[in-house]
Write a protein that binds this ligand. Structure first.
Ligand code: ZN
Length: 475
């Protein structure tokens, strides 16, 4: 008798809200009675879920910008996440999977950014959980074959995607394998769209976890797959659903993944994503093709984060915003390579950027890191210049966080955060080598307009940096 299996995956993520100029987290009155939104969501969601013990049984990814916040502001909560991963770890690893670092839409990124984002995400995971990650969550599950290939080259074995990202008319309740060429492949679990939507949006249907398990999940799991293997269903949603977006939903999660032993048997078991993705010895998952440049929260591929797709009323500001930041990133990269060429001892500035995550995570001091890249007898001025350009690269990566494009208007705080990251990066570079990239950025931003307020992107930029006490851009 083959028992069915259930995976419940929660995507825990908050964008960074720190001021890139000071590293401080400014208070935010809109989060009252809490100091800021991170504190509020921690109280409503991260802490109760960590304390209830459900996280040893559910599967989840904890975004690096969020784990960074928790490490500073709520280290006991982060410790409970790590403990849940240890307690839930079987042969195939614990319930935690990694996440690309800044939550940018990777199919829009040049390849070296995809590498850095995945490398930093894997490193953050290793530091927080004390083991390498077997699988990764791609921000917004936005993927293409090149992104999957980069991840596979770094040792990632699998991920979870939305069902419509499969190029197949019918999906069985199981994991699949995507062929990436040159002998590489990645295991993919496609979540159940209907059950995941119920958990996310249908509060009435999912108020009672036992009823949901017996009436909705169990009937889909009673028959073995044609090849005799156990059927496995994946439910995936934002983790903040469990307590922040919906009060008390953390209790639903616990009851769903960790039923009271006194309850009648449901006929299926709860397992981790890692154990589903693992291929049984000699039995590879069946192959499947993916639909490139697709995601879980836009039904128009990845247009939501770069164009005027129907998810918002008027998204005409999105393409010029991406264009302005892409042009800035290209210019900063040109400066980076020119500067690197003048630093003897530096082998590969992009490898140096990949390793800079250890500075971001506070594992090594910036001067020690620069010395490690340039050699122990390198001049102090060379170390200073390398440290500055790598810090500029850090914020140049951060300015692509998906949140800046997700909503309906560029005057929202998420876009302001991206623009402050851009300001930090461009001011480091202009100050370091005398370029005038900031006036050009402002001119590029002036081509977009806020549908809500009518002001242009240059005004939005000036406001975003004034909010953190920075002087206006030179004209
Ligand atoms: Zn869309």
């Amino acid at each position: 008798m083959t028992r069915g299996r259930l995976v419940v995956h929660a995507h825990f993520y908050q964008p960074t809200r720190i001021d890139p100029f000071t590293g401080e987290l400014p208070p935010d009155p809109t989060a009252a009675p809490y100091r800021d939104w991170n504190e509020r969501i921690t109280a409503e969601c991260y802490r109760p879920n960590a304390e209830h013990g459900a996280l040893a049984r559910a599967s989840w990814d904890l975004g690096p910008t969020l784990s960074h916040y928790l490490a500073d502001a709520a280290p006991d909560v982060l410790a409970k996440f790590a403990d849940a991963d240890r307690r839930g770890g079987g042969r195939d690893g614990g319930p935690a999977i990694a996440q690309a670092f800044h939550h940018s839409i990777l199919p829009y990124s040049p390849l070296h950014d995809r590498r850095t984002e995945i490398r930093w995400g894997l490193r953050d995971f290793e530091v927080r959980f004390g083991r390498p990650a077997a699988a990764i969550w791609f921000p917004e599950t936005a993927i293409d074959l090149a992104t999957l290939r980069v991840a596979a080259e770094m040792g990632v074995r699998g991920t979870v995607l939305a069902p419509w990202q499969a190029d197949a008319p019918h999906l069985e309740a199981r994991a699949y394998r995507v062929d990436l060429g040159e002998g590489r492949h990645l295991a993919v679990a496609f979540y159940d769209g209907e059950l995941s939507a119920s958990v996310s949006f249908n509060a009435a249907l999912t108020s009672n976890a036992e009823a949901f398990a017996h009436e909705r999940i169990a009937p889909r799991l009673h028959a073995a797959l044609p090849d005799g293997s156990p059927p496995t269903i994946v439910i995936a949603s934002d983790g903040e659903l469990y307590g922040h977006h919906q009060q008390f939903r953390d209790l639903f999660l616990r009851a769903l993944v960790d039923p009271d032993p006194g309850m009648p048997d449901r006929g299926f078991d709860v397992v981790t994503l890692a154990s589903l993705l693992e291929e049984p010895e000699g039995r590879p998952h069946p192959q499947i093709r993916i639909r490139e440049r697709t995601s879980w929260s836009c039904h128009h591929g990845v247009l939501r984060w770069g164009a005027d797709c129907p998810d918002v009323h008027d998204g005409r500001w999105k393409s010029p915003l991406r264009g302005a930041l892409d042009r800035l990133a290209g210019a900063i990269d040109t400066v980076t390579e020119a500067l690197a060429a003048e630093l003897p001892g530096l082998e590969d500035v992009w490898a140096a950027r990949d390793g800079y995550v250890d500075v971001v995570l506070g594992l090594v001091g910036v001067d020690d890191y620069a010395a490690a890249c340039l050699g122990p007898r390198s001049p102090a001025d060379h170390r200073r210049r390398l440290a500055a350009i790598l810090e500029a690269q850090r914020w140049r990566l951060a300015m692509f966080a998906s949140d800046g494009w997700f909503w309906d208007d560029p005057t929202r705080p998420e876009t302001a955060q991206n623009l402050r990251a851009a300001a930090r990066a461009v001011r480091i570079v202009d100050g370091l080598v005398g370029t005038r990239l900031e006036p050009r950025l402002v001119a590029d931003l002036s081509t977009l307009r806020s549908p809500a307020l009518g002001i242009d992107g240059a005004a939005i930029y000036r406001h975003a940096i004034a909010e953190v006490g920075q002087p206006p851009p030179a004209s």
